[in-house]
Ligand binder design. Structure first.
Ligand code: SD4
Length: 334
């Protein structure tokens, strides 16, 4: 088999793509394809692009990204646009405006973005700014840094025209006051419908980017940061391979650097589904307490295959492909 036909054949499977991307020659005796060729094959054979997937049943957000991609928007813009839908949705109590406050009653937001060049930006513990995924992009593009915290991030936001907003809504204030009566702190995530949004987009060029945004654990300790704004934990993209995003108990996701792990497993030849399963099982194996918390992952590879997996039933992924937005009930470990 000559080099060209090896590349052609390799492009039909996720394993082939991963092998090609890492330069593994399988048993073909082929020489290592260069990166440009890898990109060419995987994009050419992906008939499904553009694609948007996101965590939970965020129908409108995912559709917003999908339609924007259909009309030619690039992957990063589309992912941030999808996040903005939930950041501005005051009924979502774990993202943006209307997000649950910390124990002291202050709403603090975390977010990150990563683009197809491997550039990334993040903000943590930000008050008074709704669109923190867009702010994470400002950190990426307008500063020499990757991550800014609290008032530093907030000041940057004002410099770039973001509006100051009170993020604590009447309804979240009421729930907080109710919580204060017992102040019971049980950091257990999930089972309700709305949660952190992580979005992965592949645009018409086949380039992948993502964004993740959250208010984190409800009534968290002051200053607590979860996985969502941590590059590699809440989100990771490698445009040669694919991307992954996480939701659920941030502390557990960070201990295994979950999204990075999934992308690396895809690099080694696993499909997005297999990689999500392996990453969840890694957490399960390390933590006998896993029945007490939720972790869920979504992933996409360069061929446009997607996957998702979680510990507990109740998690769903949205997928927009071929102009169709659908909800995929995710298979769970338990
Ligand atoms: C966190 N992972 O702060 C986020 C919260 C979340 O589903 O995803 N909830 O730990």
């Amino acid at each position: 088999m000559n080099r060209r036909s090896f590349i052609k054949n390799a492009s039909y499977t996720g394993a082939g793509i991963a092998a090609a991307a890492t330069g593994i020659s399988c048993n073909s005796g082929a020489s290592h394809p260069d990166q440009e060729q890898v990109k060419e094959i995987s994009v050419k054979n992906n008939k499904n692009k553009p694609i948007a997937i996101c965590t939970w049943g965020f129908t409108k957000a995912n559709e917003t990204a999908g339609k924007a991609l259909d009309s030619g928007m690039n992957a990063l813009d589309a992912a941030i646009k999808a996040c903005a839908v939930e950041e501005e949705n005051i009924k979502n109590t774990t993202v943006g405006k209307g997000g649950a406050p910390d124990r002291e009653g202050n709403v603090t937001l975390d977010a990150c973005v990563m683009d197809s060049n491997g550039d990334c930006g993040a903000v943590v513990c930000v008050e008074n700014i709704t669109n923190v995924a867009a702010l994470a992009r400002v950190v990426m593009e307008k500063t020499p840094h990757v991550m800014l915290a609290a008032t530093g991030a907030e000041e940057l936001a004002y410099k770039h025209g973001f509006q100051r907003e009170d993020l604590l809504t009447e309804s979240s204030k009421k729930s907080y006051q109710e919580w204060l009566k017992t102040s019971e702190y049980k950091p257990i995530i999930n089972i309700e419908n709305h949660d952190t949004i992580g979005v992965l987009c592949m645009d018409k060029n086949g380039d992948i980017a993502g964004a993740c945004t959250t208010s984190g654990l409800s009534y968290k300790m002051k200053g607590r940061i979860g996985d969502s704004p941590i590059i590699g934990s809440g989100l990771f993209i490698d445009n040669e391979i694919g991307g992954a995003a996480a939701t659920g108990m941030g502390e557990e996701i960070m201990k295994t650097v979950g999204s990075f792990l999934i992308v690396e497993l895809m690099r080694q030849g696993k499909s997005p589904q297999e990689a999500c399963e392996a990453a969840v099982k890694r957490i399960v194996a390390k933590n006998p307490n896993h029945t007490n918390f939720q972790v869920a992952y979504i992933a996409m590879n360069k061929a446009g295959e997607t996957g998702s997996y979680c510990i507990h039933p109740g998690f769903a992924m949205m997928e927009y492909k071929n102009e169709h937005n659908k909800r995929i009930e995710t298979v769970s470990y338990l």
